[in-house]
Design a protein around this ligand. Structure first.
Ligand SMILES: [Mg+2]
Length: 347
């Protein structure tokens, strides 16, 4: 059997099945945005890692080293946000060919360190090696109060399904860069910025974790379709999503239209938005979301509701027509670029 026959998620399942069960004190092993374990100070430790390969996850053609570093750090910090946690320490391992300019590496670290510093997070070490191809691996350690930890499994039927910010923008930005689309600056700037300078939702994650009725929490790193599958499987629930309620930026809609795609396809399939996807009980929700925006500077939008598992994942359009999201995410959609394909299959 080849990896391409089972995909990334099939491979993870096989690896998870062959490992012994986690030791006592490891609250979460494989299966969430971070590994979670008990600390002696009563808090929970969070550990996450992510690897980027040149030509697969980033391209020197579309992004400066600073931007590559920023995006890589954002993706890792986002996984801490997706647990409701606070990042503390970062380790960075880098493999690059010897002919790489020193200034290129310095700019890469500048992008990573500026974003880490914005959250009071230290880059505390790592490893550097020579490699025929650029490889960047980041490990982040974070902390969270046990009662404020947001797991993927927390959704309960009857709760509202929400997202922060808007979705599909990063994918639109990637398409603009990759296809060298000629667009007015006012259309181009938002998606490109969203792709090159994503902002991890640390404060938003902490606000969600602090809600006494918080349910499921994850970040939208692989597209909303994949995120919903993860939440449904982990929490043994179903969802109804109102497609017309999914927030998509007007510029993202323009790019989707140009490429003859639906804006919601960008939201469901496009990855790397690093927004949070979460559930909360409906009680006093409207007022709480006003507080959310005031505290975090980010908008949260109700896009659906949690249903019992037998409902599956229903996508309902504005006319009330329902379609069920089936299979393993959106791997069956036709994806043209190597870079974006990798985002869905082997991220
Ligand atoms: Mg994640």
């Amino acid at each position: 059997m080849k990896i391409k026959e089972i995909g990334e998620f099939g491979l993870i399942q096989k690896i998870a099945a062959m490992l012994p069960p986690p030791h006592k004190g490891v609250t979460m092993g494989i299966g969430d945005d971070c590994a979670v374990f008990e600390l002696s100070n009563g808090k929970l430790g969070l550990l996450t890692t992510d690897m980027l390969v040149e030509g697969v996850h980033y391209s020197k053609e579309f992004a400066t080293p600073y931007e590559i570093g920023w995006r890589a750090m954002a993706g890792n910090l986002s996984d801490i946000a997706a647990m409701g946690g606070t990042p503390r320490l970062v380790l960075i391992s880098l493999g690059v060919p010897e002919i790489t300019k020193v200034s290129w590496v310095e700019d890469l670290y500048k992008g990573m360190s500026e974003l880490a510093a914005a959250y009071g997070t230290d880059i505390a070490g790592g490893d550097t090696v020579t490699s025929s191809q650029g490889v960047l691996n980041i490990v982040v350690w974070g902390e969270v109060e046990p009662s404020q930890t947001g797991y993927r499994s927390g959704a309960k039927p009857g709760q509202a399904l929400l997202v922060t910010g808007d979705l599909g923008g990063s994918h639109a930005g990637l398409e603009i860069l990759r296809r060298k689309l000629q667009l007015l600056p006012e259309i181009k700037s938002y998606p490109v910025e969203k792709h090159l300078h994503p902002v991890p939702r640390i404060e938003a994650g902490r606000w969600i974790g602090a809600q006494i009725d918080h349910g499921a929490l994850t970040d939208s790193s692989d597209g909303l379709g994949r995120d919903l599958k993860n939440l449904a499987e982990a929490g043994k629930v179903g969802f109804r999503v109102y497609l017309d309620k999914i927030p998509v930026h007007p510029s993202t809609c323009k790019v989707a239209e140009m490429l003859e795609k639906k804006p919601t396809d960008f939201a469901l399939q496009g990855g790397e938005d690093y927004e949070l996807v979460f559930t909360l009980s409906q009680e006093g929700l409207a007022e709480r979301l006003i507080d959310f925006e005031k505290q975090t500077g980010v908008k949260a939008t109700v896009i659906g509701e949690v249903l019992p598992p037998e409902a599956g994942i229903q996508l309902q359009d504005a006319q009330g027509n329902c379609q069920t999201l089936s299979g393993f995410g959106f791997e069956h959609f036709s994806l043209q670029s190597k870079v974006s394909l990798s985002n869905y299959l082997l991220n």
